[in-house]
Design a protein. Structure first.
Length: 492
């Protein structure tokens, strides 16, 4: 049985193979393969590349050959096998409590394939994607081709259609009573079929998760997945199918989302300062963020499951749901109380967020709502008490559809000192830099605005102010003896 961490490792091991496929059309992948491992016994077989093979038949004989070093590529052969099934792809199993639904995966399920076939099948055959969901128990098919017909599956009713990968798929639903399933005998379960219209195909791309979403819109929900594989199922007779090219991945249409090590997205964020909410840490799903639908609705700035939208002065987080969260690595300058301001919008109700530092509830902020307006942002304020050093800040959304642009932190003590500025050093301004001249050893130099918000940190005893707007600021010089402040007027 596959475990989730192993599945992630498998995705990494397949990256080089999968990426090589994206440069070509699957229909150009026509190289014949040979060799491999032959299976003739009905069973489930874990493969060395992290995928899984299943062979099952009811009658005389059948076999499957899994090609070496070729992802999901296989050849299936049947001879009066009755109901015959051969399939290769993802397998999560039936006993793990934490197996994922398609929504829990770090991206969508995708498949590409190219095959040839010979022979025939009695009564029915289904070629494409086949798998099971466990709770609810659902047997699902995505049918791109068949030996004999692409009509209404037995014991089903058409419930709708969807356009996916450039083609229309008719969707059918059926109910099986007291039948065999992957979870045991005499089970009741739902069957769902997506049947391609307008002609069959023997090569192409299947956006598997798009079918899950289409079924869900029609009332067929799936839960934790048992498996999902490239497959052939036939009603017997004699034939072969040779998937000389077949691969699956979890990510987007461009390839798998590769798990990242947890790290700041840019530099570690300084407090006091501004947290731009789109700059949450690297690390991915359930490491540095949790997004319930795993789709980037805004399709901006970063390519993962977080919904980032463009706004006039940059980016914001949008399309949020209750319980979603983002995490940031922050460095707090010194112990103290900080004023917090969050810029938020929500056209349904007052936006509400929590800020949690190192797993401990710290601050809740509630903003204002403008009915049916997600473009008018307003400021919500609060206070937090923080200790000096590096921390993990989690931003949690406490209602649906809150947009958030930034969270700003200002030190109360710094704000007070700004109003009591003293001059213990000289500043030399040449239009681009400010050089600090002090009799004491300078440990740190920085510039803050008149509210105490950090503007720039110096290198040695020099501040680069080339990108600082015209205005009045405060230069802060930290020496071995004290902390000194001086107002400066930047004129350009």
């Amino acid at each position: 049985m596959r475990q989730i961490p192993t599945l992630i490792l498998m995705i990494l091991s397949l990256v080089s193979n999968v990426f090589s496929a994206f440069a070509v059309d699957p229909c150009d992948m026509d190289t014949k393969l040979s060799g491999g491992t032959v299976y003739t016994e009905k069973d489930i077989y874990p493969l060395d590349n992290g995928f899984n093979c299943e062979l099952w038949y009811k009658g005389k004989s059948g076999k499957v050959t899994v090609y070496d070093d070729a992802d999901c590529a296989f050849k299936a052969e049947w001879n009066e096998s009755g109901d015959f099934i051969a399939r290769v792809g993802y397998f999560w199993g039936k006993e793990e409590d934490d197996t994922p639904s398609y929504k829990d995966l770090d991206g969508d399920i995708h498949a590409e394939y190219s095959y040839t076939k010979t022979g025939s099948s009695y009564d029915y055959s289904l070629i494409g994607i086949y798998g099971w969901s466990k709770d609810p128990l659902v047997e699902f098919y995505i049918c791109d081709d068949s030996y004999n017909r692409m009509t209404d599956p037995w014991n089903t009713t058409k419930i709708g259609s969807a356009v996916i990968d450039g083609a229309t798929y008719n969707i059918y639903k059926g109910t099986m009573i007291n039948m065999s399933s992957v979870l045991g005998e005499n089970m009741n379960f739902t069957q769902v079929f997506s049947i391609r219209q307008g002609g069959t195909r023997q090569c192409g791309h299947i956006s598997v998760s798009e079918h899950f979403r289409a079924w869900e819109k029609l009332g067929i929900k799936t839960g934790p997945l048992y498996d999902c594989k490239i497959a052939i199922e036939t009603g017997g007779n004699k034939g072969t199918i040779d998937y000389h090219y077949a691969t699956m991945w979890i990510g987007d249409e461009n390839g798998p989302f590769i798990p990242e090590e947890r790290a700041p997205f840019k530099d570690t964020i300084l407090i006091p300062g501004i947290v731009e909410t789109e700059d949450y840490d690297k690390g991915g799903y359930k490491v540095s963020y949790y997004d319930s639908d795993r789709i980037n609705e805004g399709e901006s700035y970063r390519n993962d499951g977080v919904d980032i939208v463009e706004i006039p002065d940059g980016y914001a987080i949008g399309y949020t749901k209750t319980g979603e969260w983002l995490e940031y690595t922050v460095n707090v300058e010194s112990d103290g109380v900080y004023n917090v301001t969050a810029n938020m919008a929500n056209g349904n109700s007052a936006p509400i967020i929590d800020l949690i530092f190192d797993g401990k509830d710290t601050c809740s902020l509630t903003g204002k709502s403008v009915k049916n307006d997600w473009d008018t942002y307003s400021l919500a304020t609060g206070k937090v008490t923080l200790t000096e050093g590096t921390h993990t800040m989690r931003l949690v959304f406490n209602n649906n559809y809150t947009n958030i642009d930034f969270v700003k932190f200002k030190s109360e003590s710094s704000s007070n000192k700004v109003n009591e500025v003293v001059s213990e050093f000289e500043t030399l301004f040449d239009g681009k830099t400010i050089k600090i001249v002090s009799s004491d050893d300078v440990k740190l130099v920085k510039m803050i605005d008149m509210t105490g918000l950090l503007v720039v940190v110096g290198t040695g005893n020099v501040l680069n102010v080339e990108n600082v707007a015209t205005g009045v600021y405060v230069v802060v010089v930290v020496t071995s003896n004290d902390e000194h402040y001086k107002k400066v007027n930047i004129v350009k």
